[in-house]
Design a protein around this ligand. Sequence first.
Ligand code: PLP
Length: 412
Amino acid sequence: MNAAPARVTQAADWRLDFPALRQSVHGQPLVYLDSAASAQQPEVVIETVAAYQREDHANVHRGVHTLSHRATEAYEGARDKMRDFINASARSEIVLTKGTTEAINLVAQSFCRPRLQAGDNIVITHLEHHANIVPWQLVCEQTGAELRVAPINDRGEVSIDELYELVDERTLLVGISHVSNALGTVNPVEEVVAFCKGRNVPVLIDGAQGVPHLDIDVQAIGCDFYAFSGHKMFGPTGTGVLFGREALLEEMPPWQGGGDMILEVSFENTIYNELPYKFEAGTPNISGVVGLGASVDYLQRIGMQRIADYEHELHDYMVSQLRDVDGMRFIGEAANKASVQSFLLDDIHSHDLGTILDHQGVAIRTGHHCAMPVMQWFGVSGTCRASLAFYNNRDDIDRLVIALEKAREIFG
Ligand code: PLP
């Protein structure tokens, strides 16, 4: 027997860990192909959060009592797991946030805003999620700086040479996604970082769609900032991480003020806390972060390289099967892709198609995927997007294809 069927069998086992995948929707076993929007959580994450809530919950950092110690240990333990997961060099480089969006806003306001002057620029690409566009627009409006956008080609790949041409001596930062949520394009981030390093330009990577599917090593990538969300990596919503190089984080002022981000407060003078607490004002999402720690343990038990290999094979299968559906138009055909395929079928509106599929138990995402500039570039108002995780298998893809064929019959 060759390796492929063995891996598929393995996925069937992983799938059993996810209670949400055991249900039926509209009388059909659920096929969940919307993990790029939010991934399902394994039992161990759900149970870890529940056990924490039942037995260990208290506020972190400030208490002398036993529960506060336990909560702090669990919360800070999760930070250590995050450090290990992305191979940051120190726990001080792991700032816990609400998610990718908050992490990018933090960099825009704390790193860029004090440094940017009229005439400076920030460079991003045309395939970014709104979370990696609007924070830069805001800070450019606030400072008179310019936002420059590297174009994409017909396949949905960033024109890297044109990106490099946009970087000059007035560039403060380059922001680029690791993997596009709308198109699945994997950007050559190592190459971009190497180019920018040569010019002393820091790079922020939006890793929201990178972390769930690839083995991430921020030191090997060499980036200055890497942002990601817990709920896309099988953890709770309202959690996420900003990795920042310690030297840069040290120089940055706090973004939000409040409890926990200070060492001493008086009306005359406030002394800020050390890293990473300087950037974590107020009571955090403790239970969520504890759950995120459990999701990291879970993913590491399987192995990110194993997940990446399995998903790569499944993605190839999805693309080959969808390509054979009559009336299929792919949006996004980059040479290097992960997890996602966007498409349109005949002239059926994406929302109508999504609804028909839902009635057959197949969950996909439809619309602009928070990437309106991508839609504008392809001249469409939205797409249908099937996105994979390691709990999907070939049966899911076959069910998607059957549902699409049924939709074609319905729409004539
Ligand atoms: N960046 C990308 C590429 C995404 O896919 C998403 C979410 O879909 C985000 C950023 C924003 O993530 P969050 O809403 O969890 O902050």
